[in-house]
Design a protein around this ligand. Structure first.
Ligand SMILES: NC(=O)c1ccc[n+]([C@@H]2O[C@H](COP(=O)([O-])OP(=O)(O)OC[C@H]3O[C@@H](n4cnc5c(N)ncnc54)[C@H](OP(=O)(O)O)[C@@H]3O)[C@@H](O)[C@H]2O)c1
Length: 374
């Protein structure tokens, strides 16, 4: 049995990657994203271990044909080796019992909270199996910081998409523990790591940790690919959403972002995982570079908030790094979904959820609740 492991497969990005791999959702997106999806394949033969940075840039050529190849592979909905295929997910928290892989993509996970007594063992050991019937999907509960369950998770895998993050310096320890577990397993899986654009120019402590984790991946002696992406739409939306209780929306003067849709990034990572090690692949950004003031105003408008966006000047190296545009990759506008598209999609999803809840409440009470109108 060989498999692909997605660490942090219950997080924003990890969920989307799992969805691409389990449901073949990457097929359409990988084809759309083209150059991105092709990256892993284009770098074929780049070799293992450190020193394959030369692979950067080769992905752009022949993107359509190779994107289609990735799409065809992803359409196969997973990995099939010796007649058996499996996508594994590792995270600290278990999914709620009976959650399907399809719902995994819509924010279900990470809410169950309580630690699982079966830590380190397949969640199926004492609760209903996760995943759609017949899909090769397995959720493992473990912890990359203390190593619980990691040996079992990496056993026999042919690729690992490392999306787990503690959003701080612990990312280095987690990455080291992951690599050590792989070494103990005796395997040589393709390690695919997601990083962030501009981490070498912006002195945020988290970015330093990402840089150190990248180095561990490159020096691991394993075959590897590293993709740096710009901020996800979700992240900016969260920053604006947190400010809903303030009378104005605060932003930092001079900051620009090139937010990218997490699904586009996931499709590219899935393509990488299904392909050969490619080293450092071209950075990936969203379709538009926009001033933060403008992004904040878009968000506020979409949510019906009528208020001012107040831009503050912030001193220091971190602010200078962002103001210099080190977080942008205008020559790599790979993503296809704009921030406006994303916000509209989220609004639609939230309305759908509310209506769904209303209908359910109506059914329970045996009356037509306000949400059960349609
Ligand atoms: N967000 C962005 O804008 C952005 C942009 C570019 C790159 N990235 C990179 O993309 C990656 C994923 O980001 P994200 O926004 O999807 O993160 P996220 O939503 O915070 O998800 C983090 C995941 O890591 C898991 N995790 C945390 N601690 C763990 C541990 N000790 N052991 C095992 N799993 C653990 C979490 O699950 P549990 O809590 O259940 O364990 C969760 O599944 C990160 O490496 C980030 O640097 C993010």
């Amino acid at each position: 049995m060989q498999a692909i492991l997605v660490t942090g497969g219950t997080g924003t990005l990890g969920r989307a990657v799992v969805r691409c791999l389990v449901e073949g959702e990457g097929a359409a997106v990988a084809a759309e994203v083209g150059a991105g999806g092709a990256a892993g394949v284009a770098g074929a033969g780049a070799g293992a271990g450190a020193g394959v940075e030369g692979a950067t840039g080769v992905a752009e050529a022949g993107a359509d044909a190779e994107g289609a190849a990735v799409a065809a592979e992803a359409a196969d909905a997973g990995v099939e080796v010796d007649g058996e295929r499996e996508i594994r997910v590792l995270s600290r928290r278990p999914l709620p019992s009976g959650v399907s892989a399809s719902r995994l993509g819509s924010g279900t996970s990470g809410t169950s909270g309580a630690p699982d007594p079966s830590a380190g063992r397949p969640s199926g050991a004492n609760e209903p199996p996760v995943g759609l019937p017949g899909t090769p999907y397995r959720h493992l509960v473990g912890d990359l910081l203390n190593g619980d369950g990691v040996d079992a998770a990496v056993r026999g895998v042919r690729a690992i998409v490392h999306c787990a993050s503690m959003n701080g310096k612990d990312d280095v320890l987690a990455t080291r523990n992951l690599i050590d577990a792989v070494r103990r397993s005796g395997g040589r899986p393709h390690l695919v790591y997601i990083s962030i654009v501009g981490i070498d120019a912006i002195p945020l402590p988290y970015y330093r940790a990402k840089l150190a984790a990248e180095r561990l991946v490159m020096e691991s002696g394993l075959p590897w690919s590293i993709l740096r992406a710009t901020q996800f739409h979700d992240l900016l939306a969260t920053v604006f959403a947190y400010q809903r209780w303030l009378p104005v929306t605060l932003a930092v003067k001079g900051f620009r972002f090139q937010p990218v849709d997490v699904r586009d990034v996931a499709a590219r990572l899935a393509g990488l995982a299904l392909g050969e090690p490619a080293g450092k692949v071209p950075d990936m950004g969203g379709p538009q570079v926009r001033d933060i003031r403008d992004l904040a105003a878009t968000y506020d408008r979409a949510y019906g908030r009528r208020r001012r966006v107040v831009c503050l000047r912030v001193p220091g190296g971190i602010a200078r790094g962002f103001a210099s545009g080190a977080n942008l990759v205008p020559d790599h506008r790979v993503g296809t979904t704009t921030f406006d598209d994303f916000v509209a999609r989220e609004r639609e999803r939230e309305r759908g959820n509310r209506q769904g809840k209303g209908k359910a409440a109506g059914r329970v009470r045996g009356v037509r609740g306000p949400g059960a109108e349609k």
